[in-house]
Ligand binder design. Structure first.
Ligand code: NOJ
Length: 566
């Protein structure tokens, strides 16, 4: 297998608005990030993925960019960015920026020009269409954040496409001038010395010609048009062009966020000879349990489903391509709450089991801010306390129309709202968790009094120190990066077990995803092996080190180096 620094790296995602406030205005910022770099160095991560810090009116917290070459006022200045970059590099930490170029803000100069007239030179930077005969939007697509994906603009009597909010008009990648602009702005940041890009919904950029209507569900007003823009007809041409024009000229890390990407597609996106991207973020595992109204009506999910999904990706990209590994990010609930248990009695074992499970898969692991101290979901009582545009729109569309009751909707929000991941990082038990001296833009999770960084750092047996150990382990053991993955016990609903193999070395990874005590009996394929050495685990040993009968306590995880039976 080809070795690469970005395969060996551990990435840490910062959502700047919620990470650390450096100036007391209640909003996280660049100065705040710089002030915490020592902490990140101590944690041991290699790369920061920085969610957008560009100029933005914040309709979608920075994922609506009005100037790609400037910094959001609330986050600071370009000078502060440069300082952060320099200070990160000084500590051996690379910076991967977010690249949001499926759409811009409607306040971007290009769009303000484009909407002026049909013959404006910037008109074709966006996707404009006349209304359909008899009136109404050009097609029936729904926006990812609810309502029609089209907005009527009276000035020129046409509609523009926005797959997200109406303040996020889609850019027209068919236009070579637009593509050139994108490559230039990427070059601007790379020349500054940044180390890569995480590309926002990058598999949305090529739309099927004619933008056809999608199939309507019974009773629905709008339809999901994914088949006409996910992994669209020219996507690979665009990414290869971007690679040729920009990426191939720098030693960068790249990961494309790709809802709806399949393993087959991912092989095309990440195959070594394809010259596109290095990794994709797929969504299959984070969507387990989605119900009638998607994530807002979650159902219980089965461990066998989760294992089947992750294993499919592990085997699928084993020969060529590469996996990115994540449980959570700024769009997802907190990992412990979503995939294990956030009950206080289980929080340590849940968080450390999930971390072990993830970091022992083949791929590049991503840690989302606060995950390393086991931060949990939040349950605000009132919808007024939520800030996320997706959550608020969904509340309006589902609870506001009686499709769900207020209680049902709040339950969905408590489980799956993006704001679960956006409450501020809990640094200490000072007011507002030490995140700000002002009033935070979104309330801090009240559990900051006992779940916080200071506490976690002081306690040698904490989740934080477990993450540090896991990261150190990766640096010392190429098997964690390059070893082949093989699933065991695929039908077991409680234990996630697999091996990693590199040359003559074999590790066994055991993860109990349940709150029960369960017995692991080694399957046939391990008959000739012994459990030689416990490499890492989250409980004190109970002495049962014989592979035939290992008793796993609630959310217990163990990793063994296997030896051969003599
Ligand atoms: C995916 C981003 O992660 C999310 O936060 C954002 O709302 C959408 N893309 C639109 O940019």
């Amino acid at each position: 297998m080809t070795q690469a620094w970005w395969k060996e790296a551990v990435v840490y995602q910062i959502y700047p608005r919620s990470f650390m406030d450096g100036n007391g205005d209640g909003i996280g910022d660049l100065a705040g990030i710089t002030s915490r770099l020592d902490y990140l160095q101590e944690l041991g991560i290699d790369v920061i993925w920085l969610s957008p810090v560009y100029k933005s009116p914040n309709d979608d917290n920075g994922y609506d960019i009005s100037d790609y070459r400037d910094i959001m006022d609330e986050f600071g200045t370009m000078e502060q960015f440069d300082t952060m970059l320099e200070e990160a590099h000084r500590r051996g930490i690379k910076i991967m920026m977010d690249l949001v170029v499926n759409h811009s803000s409607d306040e971007h100069a290009w769009f303000m020009e484009a909407r002026k007239s049909k013959d404006n030179p910037y008109r074709d930077y966006y996707i404009w269409r006349p209304g359909r005969e008899g009136g109404g939007a050009p097609n029936n697509w729904v926006s990812c954040f609810g309502g029609s994906a089209w907005e009527y603009d009276a000035q020129t009597d046409e509609y523009y496409l926005h797959l997200f909010t109406r303040k996020q008009p889609d850019l027209n990648w068919e236009n070579p001038r637009l593509r050139r602009e994108v490559y230039d702005l990427m070059t601007f940041w790379l020349d500054k010395g940044i180390d890569g890009f995480r590309m926002d919904v990058i598999n949305f950029i090529s739309k099927v010609e004619g933008l056809p209507d999608a199939a309507l569900q019974e009773g629905a007003e709008y339809a999901w048009g994914g088949e006409y823009f996910l992994n669209g007809p020219r996507i690979h041409d665009y990414l290869q062009e971007m690679n040729r024009e920009v990426l191939s000229r720098y030693p960068v890390m790249t990961v494309g966020e790709m809802p709806g990407a399949t393993v087959e597609e991912a092989k095309l996106y990440t195959g070594l000879q394809r010259n596109e991207l290095q990794m994709v973020f797929h969504f299959e595992h984070v969507n387990v349990g989605d119900g009638k109204f998607g994530k807002w009506t979650p159902n219980p999910w089965k461990l066998t489903e989760l294992k089947a999904i992750l294993s499919k990706w592990q085997y699928g990209l084993r020969e060529d391509g590469w996996n990115s590994l994540y449980w959570s990010n700024h769009d997802q609930p907190r990992a412990v709450s979503r995939f294990a248990s956030d009950k206080e009695e289980y929080r340590f074992v849940s968080a450390t089991m999930l971390a072990t499970c993830l970091h022992l898969h083949q791929g590049t692991p991503y840690i989302y801010q606060g995950e390393e101290i086991g931060m949990t979901n939040v349950a605000f009582d009132s919808i007024e306390d939520y800030r996320d545009v997706e959550t608020l729109n969904a509340y309006r569309d589902l609870a506001g129309t009686g499709k769900l009751t207020h209680e049902q909707m709040m339950d969905g929000i408590h489980q799956r709202s993006r704001d679960n991941g956006r409450t501020p990082v809990q640094w200490s038990n000072a007011p507002h968790g030490g995140f700000t001296t002002g009033t935070p833009w979104i309330a801090v999770n009240p559990n900051f009094t006992h779940i916080n960084m200071e506490q976690s750092r002081q306690d040698p047996d904490s989740i934080y120190h477990y993450y540090r150990a896991l990261i150190r382990l990766r640096k010392a053991n190429p098997i964690m990066v390059y070893g082949d993955y093989d699933l065991l016990l695929e039908n077991d609903e409680q234990i996630y077990a697999f091996t990693r193999t590199l040359d003559a070395e074999k590790w066994l990874v055991l993860c109990n995803f349940s709150d029960q005590t369960v017995l692991f009996s080694a399957p046939e394929e391990l008959a000739s092996y012994t459990a030689d050495q416990l490499i890492i685990g989250n409980y004190e040993s109970n002495g049962d080190e014989t592979l035939g009968s290992i008793t796993l306590r609630p959310y217990e995880t163990r990793v063994y180096r296997l030896g051969n039976e003599t």
